[in-house]
Write a protein that binds this ligand. Structure first.
Ligand code: ZN
Length: 316
């Protein structure tokens, strides 16, 4: 076992010292040994002097683990007459883990691209939730892939600060979720952890709940790029194709590149730059103007784990 006394939390108070001094007077037990036998852990490893003078009953106990609450026959190390044995604080070997699970992430099938664009034109800006659009699972799983390990590390750090007691940790950031779900791009995701940590024998047991939230906005379906081709049922793409030449005239020149010919005019067109507002109206045959709408989500999760309190010993 890799252990040095320097790592053990050691509290030497007057009472302990007095007791050690009495033991020294009574049995000649060196004072520091006695103090070390005070109890930084609930269990200890019995250590003998490993020489020919160790009584056989104690030699059998070498390396065995005992509880301070349950002394073996004859007492704890150093308590029996002339016993030179010592108690080494016991820090168990554990398999560290932190598990993060999420719930409330339904399985219903999600909006397709048309649904998002359709809502832009017909939803009058009404906000939608992740569960309404049916993409909770994809988004949450992508977020956990992206940030799950970092969140575990942060909660482990908070638990080390707390040792035994309440643990809380909160976070918020903007994440690029492009490519996970159509219409979800740079997205704000935040959350908080609230739980407890208990330290026993150098091991922290952590438990608690997580709440997450997401904020995004579906602002401009045609700004997203190629996905607009998926919006076949509408006349939007068609209209814009027709609008382009007039946009070119309005701007005064048509560039050479695809960007200059298509992307930039589209962008200007849709953003109503360059005074093209009337063109938009004129060529929007369906008469629909899009309205940006918020996409929000909330979900929760659980976290539990067991880690070494000593960060040098821990993978977290
Ligand atoms: Zn002994």
């Amino acid at each position: 076992m890799n252990f040095s006394y320097a790592q053990a939390p050691m509290v030497v108070d007057q009472h302990i010292y007095r007791k050690a001094f009495q033991e020294y007077l009574r049995k000649g037990t060196p004072i520091m040994w006695s103090i070390k036998q005070e109890r930084p852990t609930t269990h200890y490893i019995w250590r003998t002097r490993r020489d020919g003078k160790v009584r056989s009953a104690h030699a059998e106990r070498e390396g065995q683990i005992f509880s301070w609450d349950d002394p073996p026959e004859g007492g704890h190390p150093g308590e029996d007459y002339n016993c030179r044995c010592t108690a080494e604080p016991y820090f168990p070997e554990i398999s560290e883990y932190i598990e993060l699970s999420t719930d409330g992430i339904g399985t219903k099938s999600g909006w397709d691209n048309n649904d998002f664009v359709d809502h832009y034109f017909n939803g009058r800006g009404r906000g939608v939730t992740l569960s309404e659009i049916g993409h909770s699972r994809k988004i949450i799983e992508a977020f956990i892939d992206l940030r799950g390990e970092a969140i575990k590390q942060q909660i482990a750090r908070a638990a080390r600060t707390s040792r035994s007691g309440n643990v809380s940790y909160s976070f918020v950031n903007t994440y690029d979720m492009t490519g996970v779900v159509f219409a979800i791009g740079d997205t704000t995701i935040g959350g908080s952890f609230s739980g407890q940590s208990d330290e026993i024998n150098g091991v922290l047991t952590i438990k608690g709940n997580l709440d997450f939230y997401l904020n995004d906005e579906f602002a401009d379906p045609l700004d997203i790029g190629v996905e607009v081709d998926d919006y076949r049922p509408s006349s939007v793409v068609h209209d814009i194709g027709h609008g382009l030449s007039e946009i070119g005239e309005a701007i005064g020149s048509i560039g050479e590149t695809l960007y200059e010919n298509v992307h930039k005019p589209l962008d200007d067109y849709l953003r109503e730059r360059a005074g093209l507002k009337q063109l938009v109206r004129k060529h929007s045959r369906t008469g629909r103007d899009g309205v940006p709408y918020p996409i929000t989500g909330e979900w929760s999760g659980n976290l539990k784990g067991q880690i070494y309190a000593d960060p040098a010993r821990s993978q977290y």
